[in-house]
Ligand binder design. Structure first.
Ligand code: GDP
Length: 484
């Protein structure tokens, strides 16, 4: 048990059933061992096989990571554009370099997905830090770094696309892919949500067939691709052993991998302690608008229709009560609900907060409405903007119930980390409030937006939402795939 565990007298399992290793410095990453204290309960625990495989992956990361002789040899061969012929270094080191991109939600989904793939295929995961990742997340692996060293020989990783000669897309279209792999210094896998049919054959790839010959796999993705891995027969047995329950894959991966740095943890805890902690219940409402950054009446209507129909927020009444309790009695007697709203615009928040100021609630409940920031528009390459986004995603995950915006990876990470099946607001069409406005999701898992439409077993096109019971189409995107 850690110091914080003892000092707060909590019986919470800060290591989340063995998901986390003890012994990492609490001072450099306070969230790792104290975030469990902010959650009502742990939605899911890892099974023994997952815990064992995580420890093995940590050992692999230490053996092969930056600073090791194995890493320098492999990087040197890559720089001189030679393949390692045997496929891996003497130390058995092969690498997956992830280039996460787009918004923070996209990048967090990408990191969790790539980590699972690295674990399945025995590769060390290294992450291109971009502008801000190192300021947002702690190192996940003890005794090593997952950040790609700046001297990495392949530059401009952000510019790689499936058009590159080293791409998996070209490889699968060549006559002798196994020979081609051996001749390439690396293979680039493009899993952008808009990638092509040939890129997506990667999801059917049996690593043992030829990709294992590539000592370096470079990958760019902006989404959550584990649902596609669960459709590949090559990984089925191992995935079943790692995740006997399929509805909490992201929850476990993200709680293992993504711990906010002290800077972000400060933003999270100060807000939580000031505005959320003392309420009887916490409802998160994530407002992500894809129609534009100005306020939209149809979106406000959608939020109120959803929270009213699903009884997530109390109704308001016209009539003021005939008597008002004394202040002290009112403070203790009334049930209180804190509403955490997040969004780029503050107009929705202003309206909902006003509603509960202007009128009493039918139930007598006290409703407190808060929104940490309103950044107006999505920014790129701004550290403080990303830190706020990161803090807000985590704050959403500390809710007791969550309403999210369909299609938003920001929302997916919020509910996935929170272990919550959200009420998903459907994405409006033609600037009109959808009817119904929202629906309860069947699981807490994120949705894969650019899924394969191909059955790996029979090698032909198929409805991939109908192949196995635990991979289904998403509530918010009819062609997307999610684990249930
Ligand atoms: P998605 O576009 O909804 O799938 O989510 P992403 O997180 O990938 O990208 C949206 C980006 O816009 C975020 O990363 C933030 O930079 C910004 N953003 C969107 N919604 C919010 C919000 O509620 N709060 C803050 N602080 N930033 C937001």
């Amino acid at each position: 048990p850690s110091r914080m565990y003892a000092s707060k007298g909590s019986k919470r399992d800060v290591l989340m059933g063995g998901l986390l290793v003890p012994g990492l410095d609490e001072r450099t990453c306070a969230s790792r061992y104290s975030s469990a204290m902010y959650r009502k309960n742990t939605a899911r625990s890892p099974c023994r096989h997952l815990v064992k495989r995580l420890r093995e992956q940590e050992a692999l990361q230490r053996r092969c990571g930056p600073g090791t002789a194995a890493y320098w040899r492999a990087a040197e061969r890559l720089g001189s554009r030679r393949n390692g012929t045997a496929g891996a270094d003497d130390e058995g080191c092969k690498y997956l370099v992830l280039v996460p991109y787009r918004g923070l939600g996209n990048r967090m989904l990408a990191m969790a997905s790539a980590f699972l793939y690295a674990m399945l295929t025995g590769r060390a995961l290294l992450v291109d830090r971009g502008e801000s990742l190192a300021d947002l997340f702690c190192e996940p692996f003890p005794g090593t770094s997952w950040l790609l060293p700046p001297e990495f020989p392949i530059k401009n990783l952000q510019d790689l696309t499936g058009e590159a000669p080293e791409s998996y897309r070209n490889l699968v279209q060549s006559d002798r892919p196994a020979t081609s792999v051996s001749e390439l210094p690396y293979v680039f896998v493009d899993l952008d949500h808009g990638c092509t049919y040939h890129d997506k054959l990667f999801y059917c790839d049996d690593e043992r067939h030829f990709l294992h010959r590539a000592p370096w796999l470079l990958m760019r993705t902006d989404g959550y691709f584990p649902p596609a891995l669960f459709l590949n027969p090559a990984y089925q047995d191992e995935l079943d052993r790692l995740f006997p329950r399929k509805d909490s894959v992201f929850y476990l991966l993200a709680h293992y991998l993504l711990h906010p740095t002290n800077k972000v943890w400060g933003l999270i805890t100060r807000f939580y302690d000031s505005y959320l902690r003392d309420s009887d219940e916490r409802l998160g409402i994530q407002v992500r608008v894809f129609d534009g950054d100005t306020p939209f009446k149809h979106i406000l209507d959608q939020i109120t229709a959803c929270t009213s129909q699903e009884r997530l927020l109390p109704e308001v009444v016209e009539q003021e009560p005939s008597s008002f309790p004394a202040p002290a009695a009112a403070a203790t007697a009334a049930r209180s609900k804190a509403v955490l709203m997040t969004g780029l615009n503050s107009w929705y928040y202003d309206n909902i907060r006003s509603r509960y100021w202007q009128s009493p609630t039918a139930t007598g409940e006290v409703v407190r409405v808060h929104q940490p920031s309103h950044e107006e528009y999505q920014r790129f390459g701004s550290g403080s903007h990303d830190a706020k986004a990161c803090a807000e995603i985590y704050l959403l995950s500390l809710s007791d119930a969550l309403v999210t915006s369909g299609w938003s990876t920001f929302g997916y990470v919020g509910h996935g980390l929170g272990g919550l099946s959200p009420w998903v607001m459907f994405k409006p069409e033609n600037l009109t409030t959808p009817d119904p406005p929202c629906r309860r999701a069947v699981s807490m898992e994120p949705c894969l937006h650019g899924p394969p439409f191909y059955d790996c077993r029979v090698k032909r096109g198929a409805d991939t939402g109908k192949l196995v019971p635990h991979v289904r189409h998403c509530e918010d995107m009819s062609w997307g795939l999610k684990l249930v």
